[in-house]
Design a protein around this ligand. Structure first.
Ligand SMILES: Cc1ncc(COP(=O)(O)O)c(C=O)c1O
Length: 385
């Protein structure tokens, strides 16, 4: 019988989805939704312009079936862009186009690991990693990050077992927005090398938010530090077009089993019925993959929101990437605080969904004055709790 995802992992996700819907129904257009990252304003018009141009010029062949893994010219353009960004020479067939980072992550985990392998996750982490691992019958070891949400390398080393075969790391961290530094990545690479005497562990890097660094130099790419790396990208996230479902997997050119692994990943796409993104969406990703999105608006919003929360004495993690702010709840009961805020029409995400307690995540989806109303409510309810 296939493994079953435990009820206790699914329940908080489903309960929050219900709270979200109920609040939207109850407050209608007065709801201030800072939960799922779906911005209500346009930061950069280029995805719309590129999609309109592609659609207006498309002939029948532009809408043809795509091979599993994606169209070769698209893969070639993404490989060239990543070569520039990672400083590694990717070839077109190191790139596998996927319908979002979501599918890329699932396909990678399914291809690379088999029970009884164990995989380490650093928490807080993106909500669905443990679901995928459990669904595949893989054991996951949740290792809390250090108090500043950077890597706790000692804790990772202590969690290592003879069955551990990999680690999933988000760069920048999500939900935290923490950028893992050059030193941190060097130390992590050394740790992974130390544990790889017989089978080298794999590093799965989730770079879904790597193009949303709004106030720092670009994130150092973990693939440049450790050869046994697969990187996940989300063009949807980079360009605020998540619903277009577009991302990719990049196999490091330095991976020992580079070609075999890429072939296995494409097989997994086929056997699991995961197609490449739609034809025009792939062309859209190719058109945008080498261009950094304009983050001026996001940077302004981030600075402003941090100032407002600071004014209300809400402790916010000091980070410089993603659309998110990660803040401490007044008590360890994040679900309770988030539910309380929803009673005022303000929706944020409880950190229980990210596999730790006591924090909440704000997604900067709206602009002033609505954003200020939401932040003021958060500040007032934080003080009152
Ligand atoms: C860290 C992280 N990984 C993966 C995803 C999924 O990305 P996509 O929308 O491309 O499927 C998200 C989406 O929020 C995310 O934050």
């Amino acid at each position: 019988m296939s493994p079953v995802v435990p009820e206790e992992l699914l329940r908080p996700l489903e309960e929050f989805t219900k709270l979200h819907l109920d609040t939207l129904r109850r407050f209608g257009s007065r709801a201030l939704d800072l939960s799922f990252p779906n911005p209500r304003f346009l930061s950069d018009p280029r995805p719309y312009e590129a999609l309109a141009a592609l659609a207006s010029q498309a002939g029948p062949l532009d809408l043809r079936y795509s091979p599993f893994g994606g169209f070769t010219p698209v893969r070639r353009r993404v490989a060239a862009a990543l070569t520039g960004q990672h400083g590694l020479r990717y070839a077109w067939n190191d790139i596998i186009m996927t319908p979002g980072a979501t599918a890329a992550l699932h396909v990678a985990l399914r291809t690379l690991f088999k029970p009884p392998d164990r995989v380490i996750l650093v928490t807080p982490c993106w909500m669905d990693y443990p679901l995928y691992l459990q669904d595949l019958g893989l054991a996951c070891d949740l290792v809390p990050a250090a108090p500043d949400k950077h890597l706790d390398l000692e804790a990772i080393a202590n969690a290592w077992t003879s069955r551990t075969r990999g680690l999933v790391l988000a760069q920048p961290g999500s939900p935290t927005g923490v950028i893992h530094s050059d030193t941190e990545l060097r130390r992590l690479a050394a740790l992974l090398q130390r544990h790889g005497s017989s089978v080298p562990p794999l590093l799965i890097v989730d770079e879904a938010h790597t193009q949303q660094v709004w106030d720092a130099s670009p994130c150092p790419p973990p693939a440049a530090y450790y050869p046994q790396t697969l990187t996940v990208r989300s063009f949807g996230k980079a360009w605020d077009m998540q619903g277009q479902r577009t991302g990719c997997l990049a196999v490091s050119p330095r991976l020992a089993t580079r070609h075999e692994t890429a072939g296995d990943l494409i097989r997994t796409m086929r056997v699991s019925g995961q197609c490449a993104p739609t034809a025009l969406t792939q062309q859209l990703a190719a058109a945008l993959c080498d261009t950094p999105p304009d983050l001026t608006g996001l940077a302004g919003l981030q600075h402003h929101a941090r100032r407002v929360l600071l004014h209300h004495d809400v402790p916010v993690l000091d980070t410089h990437a993603t659309r998110f702010l990660y803040a401490r709840c007044p008590t360890p009961d994040d679900l309770g605080f988030v539910s309380h805020l929803s009673g005022h029409g303000v929706l944020v995400m409880p950190s229980t969904l990210f596999h730790e307690s006591g924090w909440f995540r704000i997604a900067l989806n709206i602009e002033a004055p609505a954003m200020d109303r939401a932040l003021t409510t958060i500040g007032e309810e934080y003080a009152r709790a």
